[in-house]
Write a protein that binds this ligand. Structure first.
Ligand code: TRP
Length: 341
């Protein structure tokens, strides 16, 4: 079996360091050994931004620039714009019948997002069922592996469940995917919050200019008990150290800093100064490539058009197999005996 990756992002703004740690890094690393598809999920973006279509439209290009700037290579990976693949919506329609509303309401990530977005009782139907549409994205490309942040684990489990159920009911057509979650876990926000989020005001974006990064790091939450440099400080739950763990190329130096911080005698300012240097070393080349690509939007558009056409062909083949297995659209042919299950 060929090894295939499908993963993606909602285009509701530029991507940030949390996206990099959670998923972009794996995609760039694995794109040469896996058949890789990366989906810009503009239809999924509508499920929580129905009233901001201009934002989504603008963000498709932003996200594409982020992908190319971090090193997703359109020569080996296929970048697909979801709205260019209507087959995904048809697949989702079939899958909606294979999952219960109660099952969807139990999804911990959806519950948490509903709370954050203040949806409560007013959740859009499309939002509640977006994990089903995501199952369509994943299975349409016959993905075996889905590199995602920790919060997306329940989505991949649901996709596997739907694939299993489909295969049992209609015949073996779909591939059951597995999640690939990085060991680092999720990157906290600059405010020390559990997750870096575009809409939470606690993100450092891959496209942030150097001076903005400096300001954001200076304003970062640390250990509130670490008042004077001479006080012993806590490393656990301190986002400055979480970022150093994720981005510093010299883990031994980070361990030494942690020891000094714990013992007392190392100020937040010094640790933040190191983080500023580390992030600048990481982001400067990304920023430069991004600026170069942004100056040539026609080239980026060509990448998206070509990728979407290639992706659509793959999804269309899966949809044809799905329809054939279900006998959908074959009302004019003799009806076979029911499958024994
Ligand atoms: N739900 C993902 C997010 O919030 C985006 C996404 C859409 C996705 N389709 C996908 C992720 C398919 C993995 C696979 O970022």
């Amino acid at each position: 079996m060929t090894k295939t990756i499908l993963t993606g992002d909602r285009p509701t703004g530029p991507l940030h360091l949390g996206h990099y740690v959670g998923s972009l890094e794996s995609r760039v690393r694995l794109q040469h050994t896996y058949d890789t598809y990366v989906l810009i999920a503009d239809l999924q973006a509508l499920t929580d931004h129905a009233e901001a279509p201009e934002l989504i439209r603008r963000s498709v290009l932003e996200v594409a620039l982020d992908y190319l700037a971090v090193g997703i290579d359109p020569g080996v990976a296929t970048i697909v714009v979801q709205s260019g693949v209507p087959e995904l919506a048809e697949l989702a329609t079939y899958y909606l019948n294979l999952v219960s509303v109660a099952r969807l309401q139990r999804n911990p990530t959806v519950k948490e997002e509903m709370r954050q977005k203040g949806f409560d009782a007013d959740v859009p139907a499309g939002f509640l069922v977006y994990p089903v549409s995501q199952a369509a994205d994943i299975t349409a490309f016959r993905a075996t592996l889905v590199p995602v942040g920790d919060d997306q684990r329940p989505m991949i489990e649901l996709a596997a469940e739907i694939a299993r159920r489909f295969n049992r009911v209609y015949g073996p057509v779909l591939v059951e995917p597995e999640a690939l979650v990085p060991p680092v876990g999720r990157l906290p926000g600059t405010d020390g919050g559990g997750k870096m989020g575009k809409s939470l005001g606690n993100a450092i974006f891959l496209s942030d200019p150097a001076d903005v990064v400096v300001e954001k790091v200076r304003g970062m939450f640390t250990d509130p008990g670490h008042v004077r440099a001479s006080d012993p400080g806590r490393v656990e739950g301190n986002p400055v150290f979480a970022y150093l763990d994720a981005f510093d190329r010299d883990p031994a130096a980070v361990d030494a800093l942690k020891a000094r911080y714990r013992a007392g005698g190392l100020g937040d300012v010094a640790v933040k100064r190191r983080l500023i240097d580390v992030l600048d070393a990481f982001l400067a080349p990304i920023r430069a490539r991004r600026a170069e690509l942004a100056a040539d939007p026609a080239r980026v558009a060509d990448v998206l058009r070509a990728g979407t056409a290639r992706g659509r062909a793959v999804a269309a083949r899966t949809l044809a197999d799905v329809r054939a297995a279900m006998g959908i659209g074959q009302w004019d042919a003799p009806v076979p005996e029911p499958r024994s299950t």
